[in-house]
Ligand binder design. Structure first.
Ligand SMILES: [Zn+2]
Length: 486
């Protein structure tokens, strides 16, 4: 049956209709693989839809055969959010090892946790009834759906690089779309994780790409952890693989000052100059962070067509600094806004990430016109989808049937109307108002209840896992020697 969603307000965010169009009493019809119709609703339109499609499966309603059953919600319908950079192994470590810089956090929280999963996996699996990696990733997908995220690029570095199958299974279970940037390292990292020879990383990609070749909602691409931990040969080989397979290449870049300093000392170049020097920057390379950025770096990024994902929550919490987003945008560099992993962010509230991005640029430049609500909303929907080259991020016929309905009955969003709906999403929302989420035409969040994930069960298991991690941490201490220069 064809799906039907109707709300008091609708934001198509589409190029075809004009990105800033705001429709009062809007509707969307969809089937599993695509949106069929989008527009303003009237009873006459409703009658035509029923005549054309027969019964309609109404979001939050029933199988409708009369216009009276084509109910409208007091909400705003918009495309599902697109997260252009994150890590799905971090949700169990929220709040761990805070008030320290990136490297100390990586050693004390991320690397410790992922090693814990590897070393104790048999005992943990026996208790959890499934792989602890899968349960961790499933929690991450629950976090995404909670905030209305239907597509994500997951940078699967660290020990996670060995766990592509568990992540793909978690995303499939949740009903979301995923791009898995499969990690690699061959220097300056925890020795057990090094891909030496670097063909190990290529072989890992080869296996994964064959396995998920027919899966339209799971895409495999190279995701070297960062320039610092991947030498020139492995980076060139991964870029060649990406070119051969027509995929993006995704990598952390210039997140913290220490790494940039190391590059200057070691190569006499910034990380961006280095990336350009070895020939891996182009319009199919997506760099996360790019905090430390010189004017010359901006010119290189512009000339090569390189894309940037800005993660303001993580960059501020870790004290990394903030990238020159206004300079990048002015130069015409595509920029998406994302959350990063839950461990550094410490949540997946992508509307909050959009708000902080805007707020910071206004304050920093003492210019209130910077990054208006409409622009940052596009940077978590249509701009992010364009960057990831996925057919999503806007509501228009032929696009993926991924949508979110934000509840406008919530007190913090009253009064919302056509004139302030975009502004309220960015400035007044707390991110928790995603009442319905549809992914690939399937209702995955139904009146605040996830339909594909048993949240109670996952939460209980993850809480137990965190307690086990605490005892492990007491015995092991931090896992040093990773992530950045020592
Ligand atoms: Zn990251």
């Amino acid at each position: 049956m064809i799906g039907f969603a109707r709300a008091r307000l609708l934001l198509p965010l589409s190029n075809s209709r004009g990105r800033d169009e705001r429709i009062e009493d809007g509707y969307v019809t969809y089937q599993p693989d695509e949106i069929l119709e989008v527009g303003a609703y009237t009873d006459e339109v409703g009658q035509q839809l029923l005549s054309k499609h027969g019964k309609l499966d109404v979001l939050g309603g029933t199988a409708a055969s009369t216009v009276d059953e084509l109910i409208s919600h007091d909400g705003v319908l918009l495309p599902g959010f697109v997260k252009a950079h994150g890590h799905d192994h971090e949700s169990p470590i929220i709040g761990m090892v805070k008030d320290v810089p990136l490297t100390a956090w990586l050693d004390g929280a991320v690397n410790l946790f992922t090693r814990f999963l590897e070393e104790r996996q048999d005992a943990l699996s026996a208790e959890l009834g499934d792989s602890p990696h899968f349960m961790t990733y499933l929690k991450a997908k629950a976090d995404d759906l909670y905030y209305g995220i239907t597509s994500a690029m997951t940078h699967h570095c660290n020990f996670s690089k060995y766990r592509v199958d568990e992540l793909a299974r978690a995303s499939e279970t949740a009903g979301t779309r995923i791009l898995i940037a499969v990690g690699s390292q061959d220097r300056n990292y925890y020795e057990k994780l090094l891909d030496i020879p670097h063909t190990l990383a290529i072989e890992r990609l080869d296996r994964a790409v064959v396995k998920y070749a027919d899966n339209e909602r799971t895409t495999i691409l190279p995701g070297p952890d960062q320039f610092f931990s991947n030498g020139p040969e492995i980076l060139k080989a991964l870029k060649a693989w990406a070119r051969d397979h027509g995929t993006l290449l995704h990598c952390h870049s210039s997140e913290e000052l220490g790494t940039t300093e190391w590059f200057k000392k070691e190569y006499g170049m910034t990380p961006v100059q280095y990336g350009h020097h070895i020939g891996i920057l182009d319009e199919h390379t997506v760099l996360a962070h790019q905090v430390q950025t010189t004017a010359e770096d901006v010119a290189i990024l512009r000339d090569t067509g390189t894309r940037i994902v800005h993660n303001p929550l993580a960059n501020t919490i870790l004290g990394s600094g903030m990238p020159p987003i206004m300079d990048m945008l002015e130069a015409g560099i595509p920029v998406a806004i994302s959350t990063d992993g839950s461990g550094s962010a410490d949540n997946q509230n992508i509307l909050a990430a959009a708000r902080l991005a805007s707020q910071y640029q206004k304050a920093h430049h003492q210019r209130a016109q910077n990054l208006p609500a409409q622009q940052v909303l596009e940077m978590i929907t249509i701009e992010a989808a364009k960057m990831l080259r996925i057919n999503a991020g806007s509501l228009e016929p032929g696009k993926a049937a991924d949508l979110v309905l934000i509840d406008l009955r919530r007190p913090n969003l009253v009064p919302t109307r056509k004139t302030n709906v975009v502004e309220n999403l960015i400035w007044a929302s707390d991110g928790s108002e995603a009442r319905f989420v549809v992914a690939g035409g399937k209702v995955v969040k139904d009146d605040y209840q996830l339909t594909t994930i048993d949240v109670g069960d996952v939460s209980q298991k993850l809480s137990w896992l965190a307690t086990e991690l605490d005892s492990y941490a007491e015995q092991s201490g931090e896992l040093r020697g990773t992530g950045a220069p020592r």
